[in-house]
Design a protein around this ligand. Structure first.
Ligand SMILES: Nc1ncnc2c1ncn2[C@@H]1O[C@H](COP(=O)(O)OP(=O)(O)O)[C@@H](O)[C@H]1O
Ligand SMILES: N[C@@H](CCC(=O)OP(=O)(O)O)C(=O)O
Length: 419
C-alpha cells in the first residue's frame, strides 16, 4: 500500500475520466475489459479533470533532461521529482516514462554526441540507464519514495503474455506505493521492434495501466501552429479532434538530443486520445501546472473510448507483411467501420504472408486505408479475389466462404471524409 493508503484501481472503461485517489482491487488480465466498448458517447475530458486524475503517466523527453553539452541535467531531474513526489504524497498515482539513458551514457564513455551506429548507441544507453535510475532513486528517496525500474520494448506493451506481465508488475508497483520509472529497453531493442522515441511507449503504457491522463513534457510549451522557431508561430491551447490540427506543420526532427520531434508526439497523442486518455503536452518546467489543470501547453481531449490491445498492436506496433488492394466499394465499406473485407472487394495482393499475418489494406492509389490480420495466405488470395462468398463455397468448398479480413481483426488508418 502507498503511504496514503491507496490501492490498485478498478480500471473499467467507464472509470477512465472520473477517478479519485481511492481505488478498489483489480485482478490484472484482459477479460471483458479488453473487449471493445460498445458504441457509446465519448466522455467529456475537460482540463479540470487533471487535478483529480487518480492515475497519470508523465513522460519526459531527453531534451528536457539534458544540458547544452549533452550531459544529464540533475537540476531538471530533481525539479520533476519534487512535483511527482508531491502528487504521490497527495494520494495520486504517477507512472514516470523517462528518456535520458543515452544522454547519461555519453560522458562516461567519452562520447560528445549521439552515436550514429545502433550498437554504440545501445552501449551508451546501457551505461546511462543505470546512472539515470540511480539519480531517480536518490531524488525520490529524499521524499521517502521508492522507485521501480521497468525497461520495455514495443512488444511488451502489446503482445499477449508480455503485456500481461508488464501490466501485472506495474499494478503491483503502484499498489505498493512505488513510482514506476519506465524507459525503452534500448540495449536489447533491435531496429525491427524498437520505438526509438519514448513518446509512443508512453501512450502504450498509458493504455496498459488505464491511465486517466497522460502528460508529455518536452522543450516547447505545447503544439504550435508552425515550427516554434518560425516567427509568428503560436501555441495551440486546445485540440478537440485530429481534424483541428490537420494543417499544422510539424517536423520529425526536434532538439539535438530528442528523437522524433513533434511527429512522434502527435502519434502518441493519437494513440492515447483515441483510447480515451486525454493528453497535456507542455514544457517540463510547467509540470506542476499541467498536473493541476492550469492552462499551460496544449490540451488534447479524448476522442475515443478504450480499444483492445490487439487493435492497438495492429495499429501502432505491428509490422505488416504485405498488402491487399481494394476496389472503391470495399474501401467505402471498410471505412464505414462495421464491414469485414470480403474476397469480392479485393483486386490485388502484394508481398508474401501467411494466414494471421498483419497486412495493409490499400486503395487503388496505394493509400493505406486500414490494417488487419489476413485469414488466408497470400498464395491463396488470387483464387478468391473478385468472387462472392457464395461462388467460393460452390467452387472451393466450405471454409472459403468467409471474410479475408474479419472486422474484429481490422483497424482503420484513414477515416471516411464527411460528405
Ligand atoms: N508544430 C510544432 N510545434 C511544437 N514543436 C514542434 C513543432 N514542429 C516541430 N517541433 C519540434 O519538436 C521538438 C520536440 O521534440 P524532441 O526533440 O523529440 O523532444 P523530446 O526529447 O522532448 O522528446 C521541439 O523542440 C520543436 O522544435
Ligand atoms: N530510450 C532513449 C530515449 C530516446 C529519445 O531520445 O526519446 P525522446 O527524448 O523522448 O524523443 C533514452 O533513454 O535515451
Amino acid at each position: 500500500m502507498s503511504d496514503s493508503g491507496t490501492s490498485i484501481s478498478d480500471r473499467h472503461d467507464s472509470d477512465s475520466t472520473s477517478s479519485t485517489p481511492q481505488r478498489t482491487p483489480q485482478a490484472p488480465g484482459e477479460g471483458a475489459s479488453e473487449r471493445d466498448s460498445p458504441i457509446l458517447p465519448v466522455p467529456k475530458t475537460p482540463r479540470s479533470l487533471m487535478g483529480t486524475a487518480g492515475r497519470v503517466v508523465v513522460k519526459i523527453g531527453s531534451s528536457s533532461l539534458t544540458r547544452e553539452d549533452g550531459t544529464l541535467d540533475s537540476d531538471a531531474l530533481t525539479a520533476l521529482v519534487q512535483v511527482i513526489a508531491a502528487r504521490h504524497a497527495a494520494g495520486y498515482q504517477v507512472v514516470l516514462v523517462t528518456s535520458g539513458a543515452l544522454a547519461a551514457g555519453l560522458g562516461p564513455l567519452g562520447l560528445s554526441a549521439r552515436p550514429g551506429d545502433l550498437a554504440t548507441a545501445q552501449a551508451a544507453a546501457s551505461v546511462g540507464q543505470g546512472l539515470l535510475v540511480a539519480r531517480y532513486t536518490a531524488a525520490f528517496a529524499a521524499h521517502g519514495i521508492q522507485v521501480g525500474q521497468l525497461l520495455l520494448t514495443a512488444e511488451d506493451t502489446v503482445r499477449r503474455g508480455h503485456y500481461r506481465n508488464a501490466q501485472r508488475s506495474l499494478e503491483r508497483l503502484l499498489d505498493l506505493g512505488v513510482v514506476p520509472v519506465v524507459n525503452e529497453n534500448d540495449a536489447v531493442a533491435t531496429d525491427e521492434i524498437r520505438f526509438g522515441d519514448n513518446d509512443r511507449l508512453a501512450a502504450l503504457v498509458s493504455h496498459l495501466v488505464r491511465a486517466d491522463a497522460m502528460v508529455l513534457l518536452t522543450d516547447v510549451d505545447g503544439l504550435y501552429d508552425g515550427p516554434p522557431s518560425r516567427e509568428g508561430s503560436k501555441r495551440i491551447p486546445e485540440v478537440r479532434s485530429p481534424a483541428d490540427i490537420e494543417d499544422v506543420e510539424v517536423t520529425g526532427s526536434g532538439s539535438s538530443v530528442g528523437t522524433g520531434g513533434m511527429v512522434t508526439k502527435l502519434n502518441s497523442v493519437l494513440i492515447a486520445t483515441q483510447s480515451g486518455i486525454p493528453v497535456v503536452l507542455t514544457q517540463a518546467v510547467n509540470v506542476e501546472g499541467a498536473l493541476r489543470g492550469d492552462l499551460v501547453g496544449t490540451w488534447f481531449h479524448a476522442t475515443g473510448r478504450r480499444t483492445t490491445r490487439r487493435r492497438l498492436w495492429l495499429a501502432y506496433a505491428s509490422k505488416t507483411r504485405g498488402s491487399l488492394v481494394l476496389d472503391d466499394g470495399a474501401v467505402h465499406a471498410v471505412l464505414g467501420g462495421t464491414a469485414s473485407l470480403l474476397p469480392a472487394g479485393i483486386t490485388g495482393v502484394v508481398g508474401e504472408f501467411e494466414a494471421s499475418d498483419p497486412v495493409e489494406l490499400v486503395d487503388r492509389e496505394g493509400r493505406v486505408v486500414a490494417r488487419g490480420l489476413s485469414a488466408f495466405d497470400s498464395a491463396e488470395i488470387p483464387d478468391l479475389m473478385g468472387q462472392t462468398t457464395g461462388d467460393l463455397r460452390d467452387s472451393l468448398g466450405e471454409g472459403y466462404d468467409r471474410a479475408v479480413v474479419h472486422r474484429d481483426d481490422l483497424v482503420l488508418v484513414r477515416r471516411r471524409r464527411r460528405s
